[in-house]
Design a protein around this ligand. Structure first.
Ligand code: F6R
Length: 609
């Protein structure tokens, strides 16, 4: 959840480090810091808050330097404070490290180091790494001390280290947390996320778990933990600069919402087999016989990905008739679950790094399940752990609130469900009908985004309230959950998503003239029932904000505000319906003056449990 950036080269080291770390700020932003290596040893700067401009002493140190490492933090151990910000240094200021991940045995190591006379500045688990390295240093071989320390760590890490005795080198290691290096003319860079590398080069080398690298301006060497040399594999980084810049949009979230006509199309590109009324999902690595053998499906994810999983359940049960259960990854992981034979486990994750999902996936494997991953980030931990699956192809999602990845997850789940359905008895005609509807989605999304005045107005209306309810049935129930999550995470308005029929079993007690109720009524199958629910809410004085399909004009007389989306088949309503709900949350947050791309207390990629 934190960002690492490092640079070796001659171009304004201070500014380069600050610019690099600012690109990663979306991953964590309660404090930041930089360690600079120069003729006079190492110099440390740490600050609480967002990455800001550098001050004079910082510029002076940077002017005489060969490079450095930088970090932006989202606190897990220890409050956001300068003493807890990275980089961390040992007492002699010989080593500086930055770390992403969690060191599980930090308490034991801390006690041991304290007993040896080590003085800790803060409370982070990461600080033990630098003291451990210093304690193992023989005065000659910094890499040996680095590797020695790594061997004693339990947990997950991406670490970058500089040493006053090794000018011009950044030492890097990885276990379960992503890290990528790159070289360009006259410089070398390392980052926890390729978006900070692409301004320098498109050729990146991802370190694998257990690998250690010495990176210099003129080259790099990689070893495994047994100290055997390893050949780094150069990969084209799939990021283009445009996708990591905001362009003319005021926020990344808004830009990403507007990208959805393209990302929905990209999620399907090359995966539709119209002639045979099915989809191509070869990445799953499942033969037709394998698919016929599946007895049940378990979908695992967190947050927005869990909501996508709930839609996936409806899709799979309707199209493929396979019993499906959706679970919060962290619950599955620790709940002593029982999986029946021939269960397929689907791990859903935008980042592919979510610790809860990764842990649940490992548990599912231990229980003998076949696992596949639906991830956005290529080469991420979950993608690697599964070894097979489908990528979402939505490009980097920088805004903390997930938007385009959600709709891509729904598309990819629909492709999977359709393929499984066709293998298990769905007719060709039905297959083609679903494909036609899928193909129409990008243009329909474009249409929604072409006229957003009513949505913005609805967002501003909600902004004036302290609470909101979202209700929907069937496919629009998970959508209600997702709409409520979007609103609460970026505007801090308390919101609940509910199955519309559940309202009368309790929550309707909350409804009065101050309660906006976003009623989702765009499915044909559930429309009449939703009208009855709307009447119930009206009778208690609630303010109805309806999302319905074009043509359901009779709702206008029942609702205070109505937004219409183009007609599609019920299973795909959440894909189109997500757009107005995302925008509504966005406009509510802007109206309330919230920091849309960096909501309080949140981080983009949750790599702790
Ligand atoms: C909400 C949001 C989070 C994530 C959740 C899982 O907008 O972004 O709820 O969906 O932390 O993250 P991934 O999908 O990366 O596993």
């Amino acid at each position: 959840m934190c960002g690492i950036f490092g640079y070796v080269g001659k171009v304004d080291v201070g500014q380069t480090l600050v610019t690099g770390i600012r690109r990663l700020e979306y991953r964590g932003y309660d404090s930041w810091g930089v360690a600079i290596g120069g003729d006079d040893g190492l110099t440390l700067f740490r600050r609480v808050g967002r990455v800001s401009q550098v001050d004079e002493p910082f510029k002076l140190a940077a002017a005489k330097s060969w490079g450095g490492i930088a970090h932006t933090r989202w606190a897990t151990h220890g409050e956001p404070a300068e003493r807890n910000a990275h980089p961390h240094m040992d007492g002699a200021a010989r080593f500086a490290i930055v770390h992403n991940g969690i060191i599980e045995n930090h308490a034991v190591l801390r006690d041991r180091l304290r007993a040896q006379g080590c003085v800790f500045q803060g409370e982070t688990d990461s600080e033990v790494i630098v003291h451990l390295i210093a304690s193992l240093y023989d005065g000659r071989d910094p890499r040996a001390a680095f590797v020695g320390a790594l061997r004693l760590l339990r947990g997950a890490y991406a670490v970058a280290m500089i040493c006053a005795d090794a000018p011009g080198t950044i030492f890097i290691a990885r276990d379960s947390s992503p890290i990528v290096i790159g070289r360009a003319d006259g410089c070398a860079v390392v980052a926890s996320d390729p978006c900070a590398i692409v301004p320098f080069t498109r050729d990146g080398i991802y370190l694998a778990d257990g690998e250690v690298c010495a990176l210099r301006e003129d080259g790099y060497r990689i070893w495994n933990l047994k100290d055997e040399p390893v050949e780094g594999v150069v990969q084209k980084l799939a990021y283009d600069l445009e996708s990591v810049e905001r362009g003319t949009f005021k926020h990344f979230m808004l830009k990403e919402i507007y990208e959805q006509p393209r990302t929905i199309r990209d999620a399907m590109r090359g995966r539709l087999a119209r002639g045979s009324g099915t989809t191509r999902v070869d990445g799953l690595g499942l033969t037709e016989a394998d698919i016929r053998r599946i007895r049940s499906i378990r979908i695992l994810g967190c947050g927005t990905s869990w909501h996508a999983g709930l839609v996936g359940r409806y899709l799979i049960e309707e199209m493929a008739r396979i019993p499906t259960v959706v679970e919060y990854a962290a619950e599955f992981r620790y709940a002593a679950r029982v999986l029946e034979p021939d269960t397929l486990v689907i791990a859903l994750s935008q980042s592919g790094e979510t610790a809860d999902t990764l842990g649940a996936l490992r548990e599912a494997k231990r229980l003998g399940a076949t696992v596949v991953g639906l991830c956005n980030v290529v080469g991420s931990g979950i993608a690697r752990e599964c070894g097979r699956g489908l990528y979402l192809r939505s490009g980097p999602e920088i805004g903390v609130a997930s938007t385009k990845a959600f709709t891509s997850q729904l598309v990819v789940l629909a492709l999977l469900a359709l393929h499984f359905g066709r293998v298990r008895g769905m007719s060709l005609a039905d297959g083609v009908r679903f494909l036609d509807a899928l193909e129409a989605l990008p243009d329909q999304a474009e249409q929604i985004l072409g006229n957003t005045d009513a949505i913005a107005e609805m967002g501003r209306l909600v902004a004036g309230h302290r609470n909101a309810l979202y209700v929907g049935r069937l496919y629009e129930y998970p959508l209600a959950l997702e709409g409520a999550l979007k609103l609460k995470e970026i505007s801090y308005i308390h919101a609940e998503g509910l199955p519309a029929a559940e309202l009368k079993h309790g929550p309707i007690a909350l409804v009065d003239k101050d309660m906006p109720v976003v009623t989702l009524a765009a499915q044909t199958g559930a429309f009449e029932k939703m009208k009855s629910n709307i009447e119930e809410i009206r009778a208690r004085g609630g303010r109805i904000l309806a999302v319905c399909r074009e043509g359901s004009e009779d709702l206008r007389s029942m609702a205070e505000r109505v937004i219409c989306i183009p007609p599609t088949l019920d299973p795909f309503v959440p894909i189109l319906g997500a757009l107005p709900l995302q925008l509504m949350a966005y406009y509510a947050a802007v109206e309330r003056g919230c920091d849309v791309d960096r909501p309080r207390n949140l981080a983009k990629s949750v790599t702790v449990e």
